[in-house]
Design a binder for this molecule. Structure first.
Ligand SMILES: [Zn+2]
Length: 62
């Protein structure tokens, strides 16, 4: 049995981790004041409504 293989991405320009839990982020929230927050799938969903209400732009990461 193979353990989780740590696949090294060939050329990943940006590597972002969730600001809440530290796992790989799947979305980036651009705040109206210029701030940026990164969220994993779980926290992205959890905070989506609040971010949208605050006028943040949510950008999916590759
Ligand atoms: Zn998270």
């Amino acid at each position: 049995m193979n353990a989780t293989t740590t696949a090294t991405a060939p050329q990943q320009a940006v590597r972002v981790n969730c600001d809440r839990c530290g796992v790989r982020a799947l979305s980036l929230a651009i705040l109206p004041d210029g701030g940026e927050l990164a969220f994993c799938g779980h926290h992205g969903r959890a905070h989506h409504d609040g971010l949208a209400a605050a006028g943040a732009q949510l950008i999916p990461l590759p």
